[in-house]
Write a protein that binds this ligand. Structure first.
Ligand code: PEP
Ligand code: MG
Length: 537
């Protein structure tokens, strides 16, 4: 039995088999080979295997997500048959007498760079496809496994690090918990674990030899146990049973109002990342959706999702929620939330960099596609649109101009548009300090405490080393929240919190006193927060 400690991300106990998650990004070394002919044959065999995998993936996707979404695997298989691509690999092996892995990787790099520098948006996006097919062939040549295939039984995932896009692509029904060596408590991967409601730890001194063994994650104590001795396992099975019992008791909170003993009310909404989160929104009796992080939707594709694909998703969320409010946030990609096909440059200070509304305002074709999908979907429910990372009224004016032109265009095309409220995230100190002025420009505010804390305290939320300095209760942040609430109310608009702090039960009473109108939290946190509201004075 081995015991390790880690930083807790989400409470809860998970018991199950450990699956080690190895990244497929192999370190490619240039090696001389004696027989170039044999090396070319080895490449050809790997390429054929890759095509076979892609055909199988196409069939699987065809059944699960339909032809339009499955088509990408066909395109990838065709790209692997491309004469220029294959001739380049053969030529590098033959003329330089080197290994197939290196020849394929350097061909992929060159082609991807060529695509990334093209003017045409569609062709630029092909860079990610070239990288993807190359990665597949190189993985086969290196004898690696395809990680995206999780085992049939639910597992505890253990990894060096997980990016938000890797996490979102995992099959949630098979994911019991995860533990990583890297990653901070405030990263988006951590937020994802909370949204999914699964126990998770970061900063664990992991070991590859744990693969296949039984593990226990104790998200309350920040502990991981590998190969537990029988008495320990039995005691944890009992704890898990008690936890399930506790969850059942919370069910008693369903259908009750979010009202304090003295009669003060607050709205309790849910944060979601994709359609898979909807059942738990309903199960936990959320009053609405306070934050739909649409960048998660972009991660489900390896190219830009089309207007139609986005429209279908937004419509489904709105229809599922009926007349309940649904706040959908426009794309907040950038910093730790990367998608290859955006081909964003590496930055020295990504948290202070090209992200969210800054990308939308400078690449309006992406923004307009999303807004068209949103306004079209607005006819099917109670939609509010939320814009992230705002720092000035000038940005709000630019957004208004773009959204007005999108709406006019849709009306001319004969689409019906519902009544949509337009709000902004207050998550930069600039927006907080200008909130009196900004409140005159928009319909509502939503406070993003994750970024507001990061930017106010000058603490990179991604940097695990800074976790001890990250004071979620710093008076500077609490003062800003009070100021934002007061400024919003002076102008007669409503204000909520959609950052992680909203679920902190030790602050529920403080937020009620501050006058917040709404808290939007992970679906699994709704009932505990409701209980805290009802117990408050
Ligand atoms: C926030 O910053 O608090 C927020 C809700 O946005 P995100 O965590 O997605 O950056
Ligand atoms: Mg944010």
């Amino acid at each position: 039995m081995v015991e390790k400690s880690g930083k807790k991300i989400f409470d809860g106990i998970a018991i199950g088999k450990i699956q080690f998650y190895v990244k497929t990004d192999h370190q490619i070394i240039r090696v001389k080979v004696a027989d170039s002919e044999a090396e070319i044959a080895r490449y050809e065999a790997a390429k054929e295997e890759a095509i076979k995998q892609l055909t199988a993936l196409y069939e699987k996707a065809l059944n699960e997500v339909g032809e339009v979404n499955a088509e990408i695997f066909n395109v990838h298989a065709m790209m692997l048959e491309d004469t220029d691509y294959n001739e380049s690999v053969h030529k590098i092996i033959a003329t330089q007498g080197i290994n197939a892995e290196y020849a394929a990787a350097s061909t992929g790099d060159d082609l991807a760079k060529m695509f990334a520098n093209m003017d045409d948006e569609y062709l630029r996006a092909r860079a990610a496809d070239v990288k993807d097919i190359t990665k597949r062939v190189v993985t086969i040549l290196c004898g690696g496994e395809n990680n995206s295939n999780m085992k049939d039984e639910p597992v505890i995932i253990v990894a060096e690090d997980l990016s938000p896009s890797e996490t979102v692509q995992m099959d949630k029904s098979k994911l019991l918990a995860f533990a990583t060596r890297l990653g901070s408590a405030n990263s988006h991967t951590a937020i994802l674990a909370r949204t999914m409601g699964i126990p998770a730890l970061v900063g664990v001194d992991i070991d590859e030899s744990w693969n296949g063994k039984v593990g226990i994650i104790d998200g309350y104590k920040g502990k991981m146990i590998i190969d537990p001795e029988t008495p320990v396992l039995e005691s944890y099975l009992k704890k898990k049973e008690a936890e399930d019992e506790q969850k059942k008791l919370l069910q008693d909170m369903k259908g009750r109002e979010n009202v304090t003993k003295s009669g003060k009310r607050i709205r309790l909404y849910a944060n979601i990342g994709n359609l898979d989160d909807l059942p738990s929104v309903l199960e936990n009796d959320a009053g609405g959706i306070g934050l739909f992080r649409t960048e998660f939707l972009y991660w489900e594709f390896d190219r830009y999702p089309t207007e139609e694909e986005q429209f279908r998703t937004y419509k489904q969320v709105l229809e599922t929620m009926g007349d309940k409010k649904v706040i959908i946030r426009t794309l907040d990609i950038g910093a730790d939330k990367q998608a290859d096909y955006f081909a964003l440059d590496k930055e020295d200070n990504p948290a202070l960099g090209y992200r969210a509304i800054r990308i939308c305002l400078t690449r309006p074709e992406i923004f307009k596609t999303q807004l068209r999908a949103l306004y079209r979907a607005s006819a099917y429910g109670n939609l509010s649109i939320l814009y992230p990372m705002i720092i000035s009224t000038d940005e709000v004016q630019q957004i208004k101009e773009i959204s007005e032109s999108v709406k006019a265009e849709l009306i001319t095309e004969g689409y019906k548009i519902g009544e949509v409220k337009e709000g902004i995230m207050i998550e930069t100190p600039a927006a907080a300090l200008m909130s009196d002025v900004l409140a005159r420009e928009v319909d509502f505010f939503s406070i993003g405490t994750n970024d507001l804390t990061q930017y106010t305290l000058a603490i990179d939320r991604q940097n695990a080393k800074l976790d001890p300095f990250y004071d979620a209760y710093h008076p500077a942040v609490l003062r800003l929240i009070q100021m934002i609430v007061d400024n919003a109310h002076k102008e007669g608009i409503e204000v909520g919190i959609c950052g992680e702090l909203g679920a902190d039960l030790t602050l529920t009473e403080t937020f009620l006193k501050m006058g917040l109108d709404e808290l939007s939290v992970s679906p699994g946190c709704i009932l505990p927060v409701r209980k805290a509201v009802r117990e408050a004075e």
